[in-house]
Design a protein around this ligand. Structure first.
Ligand SMILES: [Zn+2]
Length: 209
Protein backbone atom coordinates (compact mmCIF):
# COMPACT_ATOMS: atom_id res chain seq x y z
CA UNK A 1 0.00 0.00 0.00
CA UNK A 2 3.05 2.25 0.28
CA UNK A 3 3.89 5.06 2.70
CA UNK A 4 2.66 2.97 5.60
CA UNK A 5 4.23 3.02 9.03
CA UNK A 6 3.98 -0.77 9.00
CA UNK A 7 3.92 -3.36 6.24
CA UNK A 8 2.25 -6.72 6.68
CA UNK A 9 1.32 -9.53 4.33
CA UNK A 10 -2.34 -9.03 3.47
CA UNK A 11 -4.27 -6.54 5.54
CA UNK A 12 -3.96 -5.74 9.19
CA UNK A 13 -5.70 -4.28 12.22
CA UNK A 14 -4.41 -1.29 14.19
CA UNK A 15 -5.96 -0.38 17.53
CA UNK A 16 -5.56 2.99 19.20
CA UNK A 17 -6.77 2.66 22.79
CA UNK A 18 -6.71 4.62 26.00
CA UNK A 19 -8.85 6.68 28.39
CA UNK A 20 -10.84 9.75 27.48
CA UNK A 21 -8.76 12.84 26.65
CA UNK A 22 -5.77 10.72 25.57
CA UNK A 23 -5.94 11.89 21.95
CA UNK A 24 -7.36 8.71 20.35
CA UNK A 25 -9.49 10.57 17.82
CA UNK A 26 -6.56 12.91 17.06
CA UNK A 27 -4.38 9.88 16.34
CA UNK A 28 -7.08 8.27 14.17
CA UNK A 29 -7.45 11.54 12.22
CA UNK A 30 -3.66 11.73 11.78
CA UNK A 31 -3.47 8.20 10.38
CA UNK A 32 -6.48 8.67 8.09
CA UNK A 33 -5.14 12.00 6.84
CA UNK A 34 -1.89 10.31 5.82
CA UNK A 35 -3.83 7.64 3.93
CA UNK A 36 -5.89 10.33 2.16
CA UNK A 37 -2.72 12.19 1.17
CA UNK A 38 -1.39 8.88 -0.17
CA UNK A 39 -4.58 8.70 -2.32
CA UNK A 40 -5.83 5.51 -0.71
CA UNK A 41 -9.61 5.08 -0.71
CA UNK A 42 -10.68 5.59 2.91
CA UNK A 43 -13.96 5.26 4.77
CA UNK A 44 -14.41 6.44 8.34
CA UNK A 45 -17.25 5.22 10.54
CA UNK A 46 -18.50 6.01 14.00
CA UNK A 47 -21.47 4.80 16.06
CA UNK A 48 -24.62 6.87 15.67
CA UNK A 49 -24.94 6.86 19.46
CA UNK A 50 -22.18 9.46 19.71
CA UNK A 51 -23.94 12.73 18.90
CA UNK A 52 -21.67 15.06 20.83
CA UNK A 53 -20.75 17.02 17.73
CA UNK A 54 -21.49 16.83 14.01
CA UNK A 55 -23.35 13.63 13.07
CA UNK A 56 -21.04 13.08 10.13
CA UNK A 57 -17.72 14.07 11.63
CA UNK A 58 -15.19 12.34 13.82
CA UNK A 59 -14.49 15.09 16.28
CA UNK A 60 -11.59 15.21 18.66
CA UNK A 61 -11.59 17.24 21.84
CA UNK A 62 -8.92 19.43 20.22
CA UNK A 63 -11.46 20.41 17.58
CA UNK A 64 -9.98 18.79 14.49
CA UNK A 65 -12.62 16.98 12.46
CA UNK A 66 -12.86 14.43 9.71
CA UNK A 67 -15.87 13.38 7.68
CA UNK A 68 -17.29 10.09 8.94
CA UNK A 69 -20.39 8.01 8.41
CA UNK A 70 -22.49 7.53 11.53
CA UNK A 71 -23.99 4.04 11.57
CA UNK A 72 -26.41 2.47 14.04
CA UNK A 73 -24.80 -0.97 14.00
CA UNK A 74 -22.26 -3.22 12.31
CA UNK A 75 -24.82 -4.57 9.80
CA UNK A 76 -25.32 -1.00 8.58
CA UNK A 77 -21.59 -0.37 8.49
CA UNK A 78 -21.18 -3.50 6.38
CA UNK A 79 -23.82 -2.26 3.92
CA UNK A 80 -22.05 1.09 3.58
CA UNK A 81 -18.66 -0.44 2.75
CA UNK A 82 -17.41 0.28 -0.73
CA UNK A 83 -15.53 -2.58 -2.36
CA UNK A 84 -12.81 -0.19 -3.50
CA UNK A 85 -12.06 1.02 0.03
CA UNK A 86 -8.57 0.08 1.20
CA UNK A 87 -8.52 1.75 4.62
CA UNK A 88 -11.43 1.43 7.06
CA UNK A 89 -11.31 3.54 10.21
CA UNK A 90 -13.72 3.16 13.13
CA UNK A 91 -13.85 5.73 15.93
CA UNK A 92 -15.50 5.24 19.33
CA UNK A 93 -15.38 1.52 18.59
CA UNK A 94 -16.23 0.59 22.18
CA UNK A 95 -19.87 1.48 21.49
CA UNK A 96 -20.26 -1.14 18.76
CA UNK A 97 -21.19 -4.69 19.71
CA UNK A 98 -19.13 -7.85 19.28
CA UNK A 99 -20.01 -8.05 15.56
CA UNK A 100 -17.25 -5.51 14.93
CA UNK A 101 -14.63 -8.18 15.66
CA UNK A 102 -15.47 -10.67 12.85
CA UNK A 103 -15.97 -7.72 10.46
CA UNK A 104 -12.51 -6.33 11.27
CA UNK A 105 -11.01 -9.79 10.78
CA UNK A 106 -12.84 -10.25 7.47
CA UNK A 107 -11.60 -6.89 6.20
CA UNK A 108 -8.01 -7.54 7.28
CA UNK A 109 -8.16 -11.05 5.77
CA UNK A 110 -9.36 -9.35 2.58
CA UNK A 111 -6.25 -7.18 2.43
CA UNK A 112 -7.66 -4.04 4.02
CA UNK A 113 -6.07 -1.84 6.63
CA UNK A 114 -8.41 -1.48 9.60
CA UNK A 115 -7.84 1.34 12.09
CA UNK A 116 -9.88 1.15 15.28
CA UNK A 117 -9.90 3.79 18.01
CA UNK A 118 -11.73 3.48 21.30
CA UNK A 119 -11.78 3.28 25.06
CA UNK A 120 -10.06 0.10 26.22
CA UNK A 121 -11.71 0.36 29.64
CA UNK A 122 -15.06 1.68 30.81
CA UNK A 123 -15.39 3.99 33.83
CA UNK A 124 -15.20 0.96 36.13
CA UNK A 125 -11.89 -0.04 34.49
CA UNK A 126 -13.61 -3.09 32.95
CA UNK A 127 -12.68 -3.98 29.31
CA UNK A 128 -15.12 -2.13 27.08
CA UNK A 129 -17.33 -3.89 24.46
CA UNK A 130 -15.42 -5.34 21.48
CA UNK A 131 -12.15 -3.59 22.40
CA UNK A 132 -10.44 -6.45 24.30
CA UNK A 133 -10.97 -8.88 21.40
CA UNK A 134 -9.79 -6.26 18.89
CA UNK A 135 -6.70 -5.55 21.00
CA UNK A 136 -5.91 -9.26 20.95
CA UNK A 137 -6.43 -9.61 17.20
CA UNK A 138 -4.58 -6.44 16.20
CA UNK A 139 -1.17 -6.50 14.54
CA UNK A 140 -0.41 -3.08 16.00
CA UNK A 141 -1.62 -1.62 19.29
CA UNK A 142 -1.00 1.88 20.56
CA UNK A 143 -2.10 2.65 24.08
CA UNK A 144 -2.30 6.36 24.67
CA UNK A 145 -2.39 8.05 28.05
CA UNK A 146 -3.79 11.34 29.26
CA UNK A 147 -2.58 13.33 32.26
CA UNK A 148 -4.07 12.62 35.70
CA UNK A 149 -4.81 15.48 38.10
CA UNK A 150 -1.81 14.25 40.13
CA UNK A 151 0.46 14.81 37.14
CA UNK A 152 1.11 11.15 36.38
CA UNK A 153 0.04 9.33 33.21
CA UNK A 154 -3.69 8.59 33.20
CA UNK A 155 -4.76 5.17 31.91
CA UNK A 156 -8.36 5.24 33.13
CA UNK A 157 -11.47 7.34 32.86
CA UNK A 158 -12.97 8.67 36.08
CA UNK A 159 -16.68 9.14 35.87
CA UNK A 160 -18.12 11.89 38.04
CA UNK A 161 -21.79 12.45 38.74
CA UNK A 162 -22.51 15.79 40.39
CA UNK A 163 -18.80 16.01 41.10
CA UNK A 164 -18.61 12.69 42.96
CA UNK A 165 -17.17 9.37 41.73
CA UNK A 166 -19.82 7.25 40.00
CA UNK A 167 -21.06 3.97 41.45
CA UNK A 168 -20.17 0.74 39.64
CA UNK A 169 -23.89 0.07 39.10
CA UNK A 170 -24.44 3.34 37.25
CA UNK A 171 -25.11 2.81 33.50
CA UNK A 172 -21.90 2.37 31.48
CA UNK A 173 -22.91 4.28 28.38
CA UNK A 174 -23.37 7.98 28.96
CA UNK A 175 -21.76 10.18 26.33
CA UNK A 176 -21.14 13.37 28.19
CA UNK A 177 -19.34 16.64 28.43
CA UNK A 178 -15.91 17.24 29.93
CA UNK A 179 -17.19 17.89 33.43
CA UNK A 180 -18.56 14.34 33.69
CA UNK A 181 -15.25 12.56 33.08
CA UNK A 182 -11.60 12.99 34.04
CA UNK A 183 -8.52 11.04 33.07
CA UNK A 184 -7.01 9.36 36.15
CA UNK A 185 -4.07 7.16 36.98
CA UNK A 186 -4.57 3.78 38.66
CA UNK A 187 -3.94 5.29 42.10
CA UNK A 188 -6.39 8.18 41.71
CA UNK A 189 -9.14 6.24 39.93
CA UNK A 190 -12.18 5.69 42.18
CA UNK A 191 -15.18 3.41 41.61
CA UNK A 192 -17.83 3.30 44.32
CA UNK A 193 -18.98 -0.24 45.10
CA UNK A 194 -21.55 -1.85 47.36
CA UNK A 195 -24.20 0.08 49.25
CA UNK A 196 -24.78 3.62 48.06
CA UNK A 197 -24.03 6.35 50.56
CA UNK A 198 -25.51 9.06 48.33
CA UNK A 199 -28.80 9.09 46.36
CA UNK A 200 -28.51 7.90 42.74
CA UNK A 201 -30.16 11.04 41.45
CA UNK A 202 -28.71 13.72 43.65
CA UNK A 203 -29.43 17.37 42.91
CA UNK A 204 -27.46 18.41 39.85
CA UNK A 205 -26.72 14.83 38.78
CA UNK A 206 -25.90 14.55 35.09
CA UNK A 207 -27.01 10.93 34.56
CA UNK A 208 -29.56 10.71 31.75
CA UNK A 209 -30.13 7.00 31.39
ZN1 LIG B 1 -3.21 10.23 39.60
Amino acid sequence: MGAMPFEFGGGWIEVVAGPMFSGKSEELIRRVTRAVIARQPVQVFKPAIDDRYDAVAVASHAGRTLRAEAVADIATLRERLDRSTRVIAVDEAQFFDADLVPLALELADGGRRVIVAGLDLDFRAVPFGPMPALLAQAEVVEKLTAICRCGKAATRTQRLIAGAPAHEDDPVILVGAAESYEPRCRACHVVLRGARVTPLFAAGASATS
